[in-house]
Design a protein around this ligand. Structure first.
Ligand SMILES: [Zn+2]
Length: 416
């Protein structure tokens, strides 16, 4: 077991990164969606260069690439990539984040000083029970923390530092990728897989220590357009068929057992996320999610059937339903490379944690990377309650993630 050097600790890196606002913006047409994400990219590149990783650079799209050369005499060790995203969620402000370290947590309520109504209670954050004695980092109450995914950035950066400063740790070529705009689903739109040249990748963007996720949702978007009949409201009797009211009836008819608020575990859902319209025409945007691709088709059929049923009362109105693929469950790709997942679990166990294989009710950069040909499971970063003001991470979990990354590099070398 190699003794890690935490002199430039992962928590110092983390608190530096969260103080840089990198919120992405789904309404922006540019790439990256917000220029400010590059401010963090520049800091990361500078730090990588300081470590001696000479090819670290930020490209025009805001991606950070870097490679740590192999230091093993073995020639057949595959190139492994570690990936985290630099942006934070548009759902909650990431401006002027003030990280606070609550040392030696003893199970008490954690009150966030800038908004005393924001209180982290053990009852509402069940994972806090595993953190007794640990040091918890939160924001100050008015912003998110940004542990999603700056915990991952700090962990990968610190793992790079450990690898560079411990030449006795043998590893193949390691490729580093930091992406912008993951939170708005565009994280890999302009990624250069050839430049990465990796055989497999790991996103470091998961929740509890010890977790590895090999499965994400498959995701489609659906646009339901309703064409009604408009008429002067004073003379509309028997003529008007309001697209707005038709849309309302269709939404009301959605089964509650197929909603985000009515499902959990491996169940999928259909979820209206936006509605626009006037009397003559209305559109409803849905997201459709399931772990099983075939079920996505069934879920779309539910929308279609409801639309047909409701329109029986509105003979002059019509509808269209357009389905667009968003991303796919990475499991079917990962199942072809079982050792990619197995080595990840082994690295977690070597860190002294219980390894747990899980699925994510969402997507990651890895779901798209996997389908693009780069198998990419997700390893814990320790981030909790993300996208909100009560987001938290513990220093000890971050240190475990650093060790896991280093162990993983060693395992790929050992087994090749
Ligand atoms: Zn994330």
């Amino acid at each position: 077991m190699v003794k890690m050097n935490f002199k430039f600790s992962v928590s110092q890196r983390f608190t530096r990164y969260v103080s840089i606002d990198t919120q992405s913006d789904p309404t922006s047409q540019s790439f990256p969606s917000t220029e400010k994400q590059k401010n963090l990219g520049k800091v990361l590149v500078e730090e990588l260069l300081e470590m001696g990783i000479t090819d670290a650079h930020l490209d025009e799209f805001g991606y950070v690439y870097a490679t740590i050369p192999a230091n093993t005499s073995k020639e057949n060790v595959p190139v492994i990539c570690f990936c985290s995203h630099m942006d934070t969620s548009p759902d909650c402000s990431g401006e002027n984040v003030k990280p606070i370290i609550h040392y030696n947590y003893q199970g008490q309520d954690l009150i966030l000083p800038d908004a005393p109504s924001q209180i982290l209670k053990k009852s509402e954050h069940p994972d806090l029970k595993n953190q007794i004695g640990n040091d918890i980092i939160t924001a100050s109450g008015t912003t998110l923390l940004g542990a999603d995914n700056k915990a991952g950035l700090a962990e990968i950066m610190d793992a790079c530092y450990q690898l560079i400063n411990h030449p006795e740790i043998k590893h193949g070529k390691i490729s580093i990728l930091f992406t912008p705009d993951e939170e708005i689903g565009r994280g890999v739109d302009h990624v250069d897989l050839e430049k990465l040249g990796a055989f497999a990748a790991y996103t470091i963007d998961g929740e509890s220590a010890g977790h590895l996720e090999n499965e994400t949702f498959s995701a489609d978007g659906a646009k339901l357009t309703i064409y009604g009949v408009s008429a002067h409201p004073g003379f509309a009797k028997g003529k008007m068929e309001s697209a707005i009211k038709i849309a309302g009836e269709m939404i009301a008819a959605l089964p509650s057992g197929l909603s985000p608020e009515g499902t959990s575990g491996k169940e999928g859902f259909v979820h209206p996320v936006a509605i626009n319209g006037h009397v003559e025409q209305a559109t409803v945007d849905f997201i459709i999610r399931d772990f099983n691709d075939e079920k996505l088709v069934h879920h779309a059929d539910v929308i279609r059937r409801i639309a047909q049923d409701v329109l029986k009362k509105y003979p002059s109105s019509t509808f269209t339903l357009d389905i667009k693929e968003q991303y796919r469950n990475m499991k079917k790709v990962l199942d072809q490379y079982p050792h990619v997942v197995e080595y990840g679990l082994e690295a977690i166990r070597r860190t002294g944690l219980e390894a747990k294989l899980c699925s994510i009710r969402g997507g990651t950069d890895g779901s798209r990377l996997s389908l693009m040909g780069l198998p990419c499971p997700n390893i814990f970063a320790g981030e909790h309650a993300f996208h909100g003001k009560q987001e938290w991470v513990s220093i000890q979990d971050m240190e475990k993630a650093v060790e896991t990354i280093v162990n993983l590099c060693m395992i790929w070398e050992e087994k090749s």
